[in-house]
Write a protein that binds this ligand. Structure first.
Ligand code: PMT
Length: 223
C-alpha cells in the first residue's frame, strides 16, 4: 500500500520480545525477532502515518521515518505504550511477544550456582493491549494471537477478553511462518469477518494488513 491514507494519523506499534530479568546476565524471553512489527511500522509510514515503534530487544535496523522507543521488560513496554497512547494515538497494533510472567525479584548481582534444583517464582505481567483498549481515549486496537492449536477459536477469545477491534491470528507451531521466520500467513478476525491472508514475506503481508486495518478503522470513524 502507498499513498496518504494515514496522513495525520498517529500509529503506535509494539514489536519484538520482552526480556524479563532474573539477574544482570540472565533473563526469560522468547523467539520473536521483531520482523512482523517492524514491517508493519514501515507499511504505516509508507501510508503517511506518524509512527511510534515501541521495540523490545531485536537486531533489526531502525526503520527510517519512525520514532523508535527501545524497551526491555514488559513493565517498561507497558509504561511506554500507555504514554504513547496518552499522547494521542489513532491506531495501536500489538505485534510484540510480551512475556506473560516475570520473575518476582531480579537479583542485583549474578546468582551463584549452589543447590541441585532452583525455583524461580514468577508473577503475571500486565496485559498491555487490554490496558490500552481500556484507556481513556482508547485508539482503534489491533492484537495478534500466537497460537499452536485451535487458532481461530483462541484468537476470537482474545478479541473478546481484551475488548479490542481486530485480531490477527498466526499459527506459531509452524516453522515456516510466525516467530523469527521471514514469512507469515494470518487470518484477520473482526466481530463479523474473517479474512485469510496467504503466506508471503512479512513486508508484503504488512502492506495488506495495513490496508485492511485502515479500512476497518475508517468504518469506526464514519459512524
Ligand atoms: O517478531 P517476529 O519474529 O516477526 O514474529 C512475529 C510474531 C509471531 C511474534 C507476531 O506475529 C505475533 O504473533 N505477535 C504476538 C505474540 C503474542 O504474544 O501473542 P499472544 O497470543 O500471547 O498475545 C495476544 C496479544 O496480546 C498480542 O497482541 C500481544 O502483543 C498482547 N499482549 C500479550 C501479553 C501481555 N502481557 N501484553 C500484551 O499486550
Amino acid at each position: 500500500a502507498s499513498g496518504g491514507e494515514l496522513r495525520y494519523c498517529n500509529v503506535v506499534i509494539t514489536a519484538g520480545p520482552t526480556r524479563e530479568r532474573i539477574d544482570p546476565v540472565r533473563y526469560i524471553s522468547n523467539d520473536s525477532s521483531g520482523k512482523m512489527g517492524y514491517a508493519l511500522a514501515e507499511a504505516a509510514v509508507s501510508m503517511g502515518a506518524q509512527v511510534t515503534l515501541i521495540s523490545g530487544p531485536v537486531s533489526l535496523p531502525r526503520p527510517s521515518g519512525v520514532k523508535v522507543v527501545n524497551v526491555e521488560g514488559a513493565l517498561e513496554m507497558h509504561a511506554a505504550a500507555l504514554a504513547a497512547v496518552q499522547a494521542g494515538a489513532d491506531i495501536f497494533i500489538s505485534a510484540a511477544a510480551v512475556a506473560d510472567y516475570r520473575p518476582v525479584t531480579t537479583a542485583d548481582q549474578k546468582m551463584k550456582k549452589s543447590a541441585e534444583q532452583l525455583q524461580i517464582a514468577l508473577t503475571r505481567n500486565p496485559d498491555i493491549l487490554a490496558d490500552v483498549a481500556a484507556a481513556p481515549n482508547a485508539p482503534f486496537t489491533v492484537g495478534f494471537a500466537a497460537e499452536t492449536q485451535k487458532v481461530e477459536e483462541y484468537a476470537r477469545g482474545k478479541l473478546e477478553r481484551k475488548n479490542i477491534n481486530l485480531i490477527i491470528a498466526n499459527d506459531v507451531s509452524r516453522k515456516d511462518i510466525g516467530f523469527n521466520s521471514d514469512d507469515n500467513e494470518v487470518s484477520l478476525i473482526s466481530r463479523d469477518e474473517v479474512i485469510p491472508i496467504a503466506k508471503q514475506s512479512k513486508q508484503a503481508l504488512a502492506g495488506q494488513l495495513m490496508s485492511q486495518i485502515v479500512r476497518q478503522y475508517q468504518k469506526t470513524q464514519s459512524t
